[in-house]
Design a protein around this ligand. Structure first.
Ligand SMILES: O=C(O)CCC(=O)C(=O)O
Length: 261
């Protein structure tokens, strides 16, 4: 599977500029005919949480229409990173995945809200962690801070996921955590991890890029630099069981002996 990762800066609190910029970047990715495009976290307005009322996407309608048009045009599936969405009186950090026919095949609301960026004061947490199928391969998605919760990645692995998508706005100050945690999730769950981070600055943080694609052995197959990058990585996603046979952790788990609550 050919995967395009879109590592970009994001205009703070300016959805119109961000939809236009993302359209150009997706079109650039389409030139290389990828099967899947993955975008970063909160790309419609960045972390301008104080102004959600004016720029959160009402029921995700603008984002879904935008992704559907480009997915059909490029005959590609797009995991739309995440955007700030309003549903009823609540706001969410939501990922939509749209396939080449324009069908929304998966929706994920970020579960673990990041107190250091005040998400918990503005957003509601997601409650559903489902997997989805793409070309007969089981995928799962989480968002940025969710990465610190190994239980969520293990939950997905036990549901059959072979690929974990992780859009993020992970700050430069903790870049070493980013790389180590992504590798750990890949190794301990023996799954591919495709993680897309933003670059640039917002009023509170700098963002380093370093988007990463890691195989189930923990080997880094792609690592972005610190600028804007539309990268294509070709992956053989059908070989996860081969990795799992080498070290059979799923056979050797003893779940009745460790209670997590
Ligand atoms: O956990 C971290 O250090 C970064 C998390 C984060 O920036 C986020 O969830 O937006």
């Amino acid at each position: 599977m050919k995967i395009a990762t879109i590592q970009t800066d994001i205009h703070f609190g300016d959805p119109d500029a961000n939809y236009e910029q993302m359209k150009q970047l997706i079109k650039k990715a389409l030139e290389q005919q990828p099967d899947l495009i993955v975008l970063p976290e909160m790309w419609n307005a960045a972390y301008d949480l104080e102004n959600l009322e004016s720029h959160a996407d009402e029921d995700g309608e603008r984002t879904i229409t935008f992704l559907q048009s480009l997915a059909r045009q490029g005959n590609v599936t797009i995991h739309g990173g995440s955007v700030a969405v309003r549903r009823g009186s609540n706001y969410y950090n939501t990922s939509y995945t749209v396939d080449a026919t324009g069908e929304v095949i998966h929706v994920y609301d970020k579960m673990h809200l990041f107190q250091l960026m005040n998400e918990h004061h503005y957003l509601s947490p997601g409650t559903v962690a489902d997997t989805f199928e793409l070309e007969e391969i089981c995928f799962a998605a989480m968002t940025c801070y969710d990465l610190r919760f190994p239980e969520l990645a293990r939950h997905y692995a036990l549901k059959g996921a072979h690929v974990l998508l992780v859009p993020a706005q992970w700050p430069t100050a903790r870049l070493d955590h980013w790389r180590i945690l992504l590798q750990a999730r890949a190794i301990e769950n023996q799954m591919y991890v495709v993680a897309v981070n933003r670059v640039g600055n917002d009023p509170a943080n700098a963002f380093p890029g370093h988007s990463l694609i890691i195989d189930p052995w923990g080997t880094i197959l792609y690592e972005g630099k610190s600028g804007e990058e539309v990268a294509i990585t070709e992956l053989d996603l059908g070989n996860v069981e081969e990795f799992r046979k080498k070290v059979p952790v799923f056979e050797d788990r003893l779940p009745t002996r460790y209670k997590l609550d």
